[in-house]
Design a protein around this ligand. Structure first.
Ligand SMILES: Nc1ncnc2c1ncn2[C@@H]1O[C@H](COP(=O)(O)OP(=O)(O)OP(=O)(O)O)[C@@H](O)[C@H]1O
Ligand code: SF4
Ligand SMILES: [Mg+2]
Length: 372
């Protein structure tokens, strides 16, 4: 099979989705923290999806849930269209194809295991050496080389403390690649690395997508990083995706006030007025009513969303579907503006006179007319 054929096959076969997933933790004080609360996400082979959001928005919990390390109390994880099987056997089969690279490379590697042992572990668990017709040493060396660690043999006997942060991250990626997964979930793969190494690791992820047709879910709080490598972006806030779509659309025309604020402080986004969000992301034991972002929403605070303020504070928003094509956001203001545009377009189609309304997406005052 050629590389192009392999890539095409990967993208049609590999599909991992979270559908309405709710994950809860009980805090020491006995309260229920809803870390995920209706999370929808889809990742397909051959594409890079970035899951972004502030610290505490639920990114790692979603990544862990996607590989069966956390169990939803509601909703479903589907792999290739079928519900995830939670038996030991089912999870092992899933992890053969979907590998998670954890957030902290220092903590994720066993300090008593050499690089060789770390990378060989997955090969042994999944009995891949016998099936491959090659030696374990060859497969470990190949995985290390794919992760950019060359010559691989020089690293075989090193321990994690003898490696740089970038090398540790690559060893983790090599361990994941050794089992030849179809999807890789990388949780903050470069957050602990220097700028030059960050670029190398990101280039590596793109190369693997290109050469192997690997699907990648990159979990990050860094929108600049997402801009550089992702085909699609899902923006998460307090356990739910609040905006999602093709990277360029989301980052050049962000709809949700949360995305707009996150984007406004990305250093690469020159010319945007910085919007500083008030306070911290709330504790998931106390999810605000209405729009969960409303206590911090700059549009509501500035009066721009005055016309939909009651809805912002009191009316729940629809949960965005895991739509792999469209650009959507969950916001009363955006919805009201869209209704204005739809009304205007509808009337301009039926009217014999040219439309006379304003050319923008509709002011908040206009928008409010459609919300009562
Ligand atoms: N085991 C746990 N017990 C209790 N609460 C938890 C647990 N794991 C996560 N949480 C809570 O769930 C929420 C989401 O956490 P999560 O680690 O998924 O966020 P994150 O987006 O990955 O943040 P970061 O960017 O800091 O890694 C947080 O409020 C966190 O405190
Ligand atoms: S629904 Fe209202 S509070 Fe929520 S993001 Fe939109 S404008 Fe802000
Ligand atoms: Mg995290």
């Amino acid at each position: 099979m050629t590389a192009a054929e392999k890539k095409a096959e990967q993208s049609t076969r590999a599909e991992l989705s979270a559908e309405g997933v709710r994950v809860e933790f009980t805090t020491r004080a006995g309260r229920v923290a809803r870390a995920l609360d209706g999370a929808n996400l889809l990742v397909r082979g051959g594409e890079v999806v970035a899951l972004v959001g502030e610290s505490g928005s639920g990114k790692t919990t979603l990544a862990r849930t996607l590989v069966g390390l956390a169990e939803p109390v509601a909703g479903e994880i589907r792999w290739q269209g079928s519900p995830m099987k939670r038996s030991g056997r089912g999870l092992k089969a899933l992890r053969r194809h979907v590998q998670l690279v954890l957030q902290d490379p220092a903590g994720a590697l066993n300090p008593r295991q050499t690089v060789y042992e770390s990378v060989a572990e997955g090969l042994r668990v999944h009995h891949l050496v016998a099936k491959s017709g090659r030696t374990e040493t060859e497969l470990v060396a190949e995985a290390l080389a794919s992760a950019g660690l060359r010559p691989p043999e020089t690293l075989f006997l090193r321990y994690p403390h003898e490696l740089s942060g970038g090398q540790r991250q690559r060893v983790l990626i090599a361990g994941a690649l050794a089992v030849q997964p179809q999807l890789l979930i990388a949780d903050e793969p470069v957050s602990s690395l220097d700028a030059s190494i960050r670029g190398e690791i990101l280039a590596l992820l793109l190369k693997l997508r290109e050469e192997l047709g690997l699907g990648v879910l990159v979990v990050t709080h860094d929108l600049g990083l997402a801009w550089n490598i992702a085909d699609r972006i899902a923006v998460m806030y307090l356990g739910r995706v609040v905006e999602a779509g093709p990277t360029e659309e989301v980052l050049t025309s962000p709809q949700h006030p949360y995305t707009q604020a996150l984007l406004s402080v990305v250093p690469e986004m020159t010319g945007l007025e910085p919007i500083v969000l008030r306070g911290e992301i709330p504790d998931p034991t106390r999810i605000p009513s209405g729009c969960r972002f409303h206590p911090r929403c700059p549009a509501l605070a500035s009066g721009a969303a005055e016309a939909v303020a009651d809805a912002c504070r009191g009316r729940s928003l629809e949960i965005l579907p895991a739509d792999p094509e469209g650009h959507r956001s969950a916001c009363h203001l955006v919805a009201a503006r869209e209704r204005v545009v739809a009304r205007r377009d509808g009337s301009s189609l039926t009217s014999s006179r040219p439309a006379t309304s304003s050319t923008g997406a509709g002011s908040a005052a206009e928008a409010g007319g459609g919300t009562s």
